[in-house]
Design a protein around this ligand. Sequence first.
Ligand code: APR
Length: 234
Amino acid sequence: MSDIRSIVVLTGAGISAESGIATFRGPGGLWEGHRVEDVCTPEALAHDPDLVHRFYDLRRAALTIAQPNAAHRALARLDAAWPGELLIVTQNVDDLHERAGAKRLLHMHGELRSALCARCGARQSWQGDLPPGTACPTCAAPALRPDIVFFGEMPYDMDRIETALASCDLFVSIGTSGAVYPAAGFVRTARWNGAQTIELNLDPSDGSIHFHESRMGPASTLVPEWVDSVLADV
Ligand code: APR
């Protein structure tokens, strides 16, 4: 580990599963019979805004009960103690990484506790329900929507993420199925640029063969162990 200077960590729904937040795919991955791909699209928002807003209202409400688990806390510990470059990129729209204390963090798929104006593009912190037609505090248009990157929309901060992937020495993927791009392609970008690549997941992801090493098990066990091993050399 002594030659590692720059780390990129990618997290997905699996890291929050032990905090009681349902993953998207696998058992319990349906929401009232809807596939997530059917709810989280600009077309669904246009045709059935009540359904889409309700989906995110329920997920936002669930955050009031959920607490960060040992895996979120371990990454926050890494963030505080790691002297080199670090970027934690999460696909999750929950706020468990930041509530655990992580700072060097990007939410590439948006945030439940944020609202986006579909008219002027302003983003603001949001708590509680967000009914369709809510007025934007910035431009007054009745156009606030959940600040979530829907299927077919461009994830946030891709320039910063691509730059970090191009220069990292170690890429670690935690709790993601590898089913959704562009995140599913990060391992290949990092590896092509010379990084070591490790996957920490309950089951082999769709992209398992692209990693140098795969460790299978619950994030609450694997992530603290991995963080301990990284910080042992600091
Ligand atoms: N510890 C580690 N991994 C776990 C755990 C756990 N306790 N529980 C589940 N997993 C793993 C599963 O084996 C699976 O590979 O987490 C992964 C979760 O996969 P998905 O539900 O597909 O979640 P994710 O990869 O984050 O989805 C990507 O899809 O719907 C979109 O925008 C949404 O950000 C999301 C994206």
